[in-house]
Design a protein around this ligand. Structure first.
Ligand code: CU
Length: 124
């Protein structure tokens, strides 16, 4: 009887470890090193479309918050940014961005690319 209880306990611990490992894998992906707020308001990002500077290899979280009544989004030209969701008024979206090769890239709102554009600077 004790052997059955021991076996059940071992199986239970094994299942728990397997579950936690799977949870860690599913929650994986790059961990952001810092978070930046990006407000879309009056057809600009943060009033002036400021440069966003990151180090090569750094992962940042961008929180895009729409304060306008029109639809905005965020995209970096020439880079695969893992979210291009359109954010409606009052909504926000989170973008995890891992900087690759050093250089200067243009970020835009694809709905208003002429006036909602700034530089993403990836430093060495
Ligand atoms: Cu826009």
């Amino acid at each position: 009887m004790n052997r059955i209880l021991l076996l059940a306990a071992i199986l239970g611990i094994g299942a728990t470890i397997a579950y936690l490992t799977l949870a860690l894998i599913l929650a994986g992906g790059p961990r952001p090193e810092r978070t930046l707020g990006l407000y879309a308001e009056d057809l600009r990002f943060n009033s002036t479309n400021p440069p966003i500077t990151v180090k090569a290899g750094e992962t940042i979280r961008l929180i895009l918050i729409n304060k306008d009544t029109v639809v905005h989004n965020f995209k970096v030209r020439g880079l695969i940014v893992n979210s291009k969701q359109i954010v409606r008024e009052g909504e926000k979206d989170e973008i995890i961005l891992t900087a690759g090769k050093p250089g200067e890239y243009t970020y835009i709102c694809t709905n208003h690319p002429v006036i909602m554009d700034g530089m993403l600077v990836v430093q060495r």
